[in-house]
Design a protein around this ligand. Structure first.
Ligand SMILES: Cc1cc2nc3c(=O)[nH]c(=O)nc-3n(C[C@H](O)[C@H](O)[C@H](O)COP(=O)(O)OP(=O)(O)OC[C@H]3O[C@@H](n4cnc5c(N)ncnc54)[C@H](O)[C@@H]3O)c2cc1C
Length: 418
């Protein structure tokens, strides 16, 4: 371990959400060719309610579509089994269509000899599986409840003070503390932000149709309508609309809400019989102007938020975590100080451009499917049909959605057959 970073911990991560916990697991798991593992501390404001393997609590509202790359990373850090033992729903197909026109494309894992395209998993399950894993590690300390109050730079590292007065020292401070990151603000890193007029209403529903293996999205002029399959005859819907309209819908009683869903969503939903829970979220795209400052790095939503229409937020955040862990390991193996600017800059160069492309692509899709003159509608529908017919293009887009393309961190690379 590098002696220059005279600190209680090598790394302190603020935020033990999905991304912060993944970073901790990736740092603390000794991986060939790097035999050393770091002393890591995770400071988390509030841990999720427990969910014991084998139990079947009601579904959480917040779920994520985990890509194949994310599955791979979770396996490599030993957290995937904790997800499997709780619950997850595999999907094999992904369909996108234009509700106004005839344009439609459907991706099928079988077309590229893959068993699946991804899994829908509750955010809480991902976080708990990672936390279970890191709590077993000798070199990890998880402190919760714990809220960072301030930090200052010292000669050899960072000195942190919690709201309750506890103090820590570290060679590197990582902000994994979500979209309103206190670390980002304290580091003086500005954010470029665009607030979308649409909000998202998320609901967990029971359907007449049995368990589905498809996740789909239909674009209508008011915004996308999406379905993510859950275990059994259940699913998670995302309904994008104006804040006012979603407020009205949210206030309907359960029976009226079910009627409105069945009247508004396409028949592919499978006939909603009951709604278990619902909530709505504002939407924004935001990108920090930098991912790094002196002895500070940002990962996940602390660094960027994307429009959730393609379910990529967690997936790109987990890639940040894996990339940062790899950069820090390699620097440590060469005897470098992990808080050095050149080390952190390598992480930033690796992830910033890729994330910028993803943020831009999702914004372009959002803009393209806004209400448009009919000639534009026809063109975008023709594009969907074209994608559907051109096998190589379609397969390449499918691999992209699975997260298996591009410059992946080593723990995100697939080992063995899909
Ligand atoms: C409607 C909607 C649907 C979405 N669907 C998907 C999807 O299908 N797939 C997908 O990949 N993404 C999806 N996303 C995005 C995804 O939820 C986020 O990208 C993801 O939660 C980011 O994870 P994170 O760990 O970076 O941040 P968070 O999940 O925000 O975690 C941050 C953690 O930091 C803690 N914290 C905050 N401040 C402090 C502090 N000062 N001190 C200590 N701890 C602190 C918090 O308690 C929290 O646990 C969706 C988002 C929305 C709004």
């Amino acid at each position: 371990m590098n002696q220059n970073a005279a600190s209680e911990f090598d790394v302190v991560i603020v935020g033990g959400g999905m991304v912060g916990s993944m970073l901790c697991a990736a740092l603390a798991t000794a991986q060939a060719p790097f035999k050393d593992s770091f002393r890591v501390c995770v400071l988390e404001d509030s841990l999720p309610a427990s969910f014991d393997a084998g139990s079947t609590p009601p579904y959480d509202l917040r779920v994520s579509a985990l890509s194949i790359a994310s599955e791979q990373m979770l396996q490599r850090v030993g957290a995937w089994q904790g997800i499997v033992e709780r619950r997850l729903c595999k999907y094999k197909r992904l369909s996108v269509w234009d509700g106004e026109q005839q344009g439609r494309t459907e991706f099928n894992a079988g077309d590229i000899n893959a068993s699946h395209l991804g899994h829908i998993v509750e955010n809480r399950v991902i976080q708990l599986a990672l936390l279970d894993r890191i709590k077993q590690m000798e070199n990890v300390t998880v402190i919760s409840p714990a809220r960072l109050s301030r930090y200052n730079l010292t000669k050899l590292g960072v000195h942190l003070v919690l709201e309750d007065g506890r103090e820590f020292r570290a060679g590197l401070l990582v902000g994994a503390d979500g979209a309103n990151s206190m670390v980002r603000q304290a580091a003086g890193i500005a954010m470029d932000k665009k607030v979308y007029p649409q909000h998202a209403l998320v609901a967990t529903v029971n359907t007449q149709a049995p368990q589905q293996d498809i996740t789909w999205q239909r674009f209508v002029p008011t915004g996308p309508q999406a379905f993510l399959p859950l275990c059994g005859a259940q699913g998670s819907i995302v309904w994008y609309h104006t804040e006012e309209e979603l407020q009205r819908i949210k206030q309907l009683d359960n029976a009226a809400f079910v009627d409105e869903l069945n009247a508004t969503f396409p028949e592919e939903l499978g006939g909603v019989t009951q709604v278990q829970s619902r909530g709505s979220f504002p939407l924004a795209k935001a990108h920090a102007q930098s991912y790094i400052a002196s002895r500070v790095a940002l990962v996940g939503d602390a660094a960027h938020t994307v429009h959730p229409l393609a379910g990529q937020g967690v997936n790109i955040g987990l890639l940040d975590a894996a990339a940062l862990a790899q950069v820090l390991r390699e620097a440590n193996a060469r005897g470098r100080d992990i808080g050095e600017h050149t080390v952190l800059r390598r992480y930033e160069r690796w992830r910033y451009g890729d994330n910028q492309i993803m943020i831009g692509a999702l914004d372009t899709i959002y803009e393209a499917f806004k209400p448009r003159p009919s000639i534009v509608q026809q063109a975008r529908s023709a594009s969907l049909n074209l994608v559907d017919r051109v096998g190589p293009l379609k397969n390449q887009l499918m691999r992209h959605a699975m997260g298996v393309t591009g410059d992946l961190p080593s723990i995100a690379k697939r080992i063995g057959p899909a």
